[in-house]
Design a binder for this molecule. Sequence first.
Ligand code: F6P
Ligand code: MN
Length: 338
Amino acid sequence: MHIGTTLTNYIIETQRKLPEATGEFSGLLNDISVACKRISDLVNKGDLVGMLGSAESQNVQGETQKKLDVVTDEIFVEALAHNGHIAGLVTEEMEEIYQLPASAPRGRYLLLCDPLDGSSNIDVNVSVGTIFSIVRAPEGRDDPSTEDFLQPGTEQIAAGYCLYGPSTLLVLAVKGQGVQMFTLDRDFGEFILTHQDIQIPEDTKEFAINMSNQRHWEAPVRRYVDECLAGKEGPREKDFNMRWVASMVAEVHRILCRGGVFMYPLDEKIKAKGQNGRLRLMYEANPMSMVIEQAGGAATTGRQRILDLQPEGIHQRAPVVLGSKNEVEHITHYHSEA
Ligand code: F6P
Ligand code: MN
């Protein structure tokens, strides 16, 4: 594979390496890229096509939906429901899993996705993204159940994200095939391979956390951030930098490019709401953890590997600590000592 090749070519060549591939998986990746291109176009045009602002509705998690949350969800359904590449689909915006129309051909895969992540950033023209996760559908079942979707992250066949920033980038991790980055050439509408086999530096001096939650944090997180803030004079003996975009896709992308650590840990405020984390396991934490691990990084809840979690619900939440390997291990070690 060479820099400058198209995503379409990459997909075809990857398919050749997988002996059992029938072309369905390639078709699915292509469907996802089409959905992402449509979303990229709308995000880009923004106000010009009346896409900004609230939809005056709430999603299943009780969050106010933006117009783009609703539209991007429809784009995914439209791009996937009739092509015969999936047996089922679920997104952040859906209360229940989406049942394909009876007339639609069934495929061998299930898709889980967050069509528009970081949506608080839409109206202020800051990066947003799409996150997706692909697992196998159970054989011989036309209408998979919710339980069929509840597979641990280790079962993902592929995962990735599309970042709608100054450039539109698609980052793809096919199981065992590394992590590749494609940049959308808007003039001729193709994703072009621009970075191959991305590897995250094992060490870092950059962390990302929402500092406004500091008073709610658990002791190990408090200790870790305090030590970062103490800089050269503290126990870490180096100055740290901090970033918080409030778009997980942008955060993960920065880490992929130059290392770093991203945390949305469990804290007292989250616990008081009866939740187990802020981010959603199935279509945020799991796919991002797969991308990060395949690029040589690590992803834990602070206490255990995210990809090993046995999911119990489609919209279940999980604490997230991910990024440069040594830094994630450091934070996880602090949790085990506490
Ligand atoms: O989907 C959740 C999300 O938008 C992530 O993209 C982002 O990392 C996080 O929420 C931002 O959280 P907060 O609103 O606490 O800054
Ligand atoms: Mn999200």
